[in-house]
Design a protein around this ligand. Structure first.
Ligand code: AMP
Length: 301
């Protein structure tokens, strides 16, 4: 695996691969790799010839009071993990490499989908994401880019951006990877105290409960949202930010549950802000739920 820090070196390496007819898979990350990141790398390894993993803690997607400086880092561990997953390149640019002139005057923004859910508490977050991902697309020229369904809103926003701007990239959504007790894996889980860590699986449990009442025929979003909030609210260490049933494509809140929907939530737990979701396909009495994969990936697999 080649470690690259300069944009021009990454562009040159990718140009050579594309000229040789090889497809490029891009996996954008902020590092501190866990099995969720590794599963994206595996999907990219299977789906494309040349895998570029990027590790950049992007200041543009953090708010002024957020955890940019505290964001967990483990460069040695990340190098080992990306090597094990047979990435071809790990791109680790500095902030000045990505933003040499300081804050950008040109940004990419997606309206409507970015306004609700996490966008309410993090008003400029998705502009940071869509801008940096567009830059990475332009540097790398991937045929496919891999994102986790854990960040469901991010995935929906990026899909919309690619369609709106006719970007020649296939956006591939990969399964949400969970700890064995159901907690969605996240670099930010490192912030949890042992008590908060013990409380956190209640988020997943509440989504399982919601799925069950929907299987029993409940179609009223307000009822489902209240059930999830009440289940989480029983735990004093979890502070609910939102629970919302939305259309999976447009992310608009639904009154009545039908078609492809997502139940998305965010909650504070000490210093950590945790998100989770379940995607459901509802067709008459039939409810098909995607609750993610409740297994740690064995790195030696
Ligand atoms: P991050 O490093 O947190 O910015 O995440 C980089 C990529 O990994 C994003 O596409 C995330 O959606 C994805 N990711 C993070 N956690 C998980 C998870 N538990 N399961 C699947 N994908 C994940």
């Amino acid at each position: 695996m080649r470690v690259i820090e300069r944009i021009e070196d990454l562009r040159a390496a990718c140009d050579i691969e594309r000229a040789a007819g090889r497809s490029i898979g891009l996996v954008p990350t902020m590092g501190y790799f866990h099995s969720g990141h590794r599963s994206l790398m595996r999907n990219a390894r299977e789906g494309t010839d040349f895998v570029v993993v990027t590790l950049f803690v992007n200041p543009m997607q953090f708010g002024p009071d957020e955890d940019l400086d505290a964001y967990p880092r483990d460069i040695a561990g990340d190098l080992a993990a990306a090597t094990e997953e047979r990435a071809d390149v790990l791109f680790m640019p500095s902030v000045s490499e990505m933003y040499p002139l300081g804050p950008q005057k040109t940004t990419v923004g997606v309206s409507s989908l970015t306004e609700g859910l996490c966008g309410r508490a993090r008003p400029h977050h998705f502009d940071g994401v869509t801008t940096v991902v567009t830059k990475l697309f332009n540097i790398v020229g991937p045929s496919a880019a891999y994102f986790g369904r854990k960040d469901f809103q991010q995935l929906a926003v990026l899909r919309w951006m690619v369609r709106d701007l006719d970007l020649p990239v296939e956006v591939i959504g990969c399964p949400l990877i969970r700890e064995n007790d159901g907690l969605a894996m996240s670099s930010r889980n490192a912030y949890l105290s042992s008590e908060e860590r013990a409380a956190a699986p209640a988020l997943f449990a509440s989504l399982v409960e919601a799925t069950e009442v929907m299987r029993d025929g409940e179609r009223d979003s307000a009822v489902v949202e209240k059930l999830v909030s009440d289940a989480i609210g029983k735990n004093s260490l979890l502070d609910i930010e939102y629970v919302e049933v939305c259309d999976a494509l447009t992310l608009q809140r639904l009154d009545e549950i039908d078609g492809e929907v997502v139940i998305a939530l965010a909650a504070g737990a000490g210093r950590a802000r945790l998100i989770d979701n379940v995607v459901l396909r509802v067709d008459g009495l039939l409810v098909e739920a995607d609750l993610g994969m409740r297994i740690g990936l064995d790195p030696s697999e």
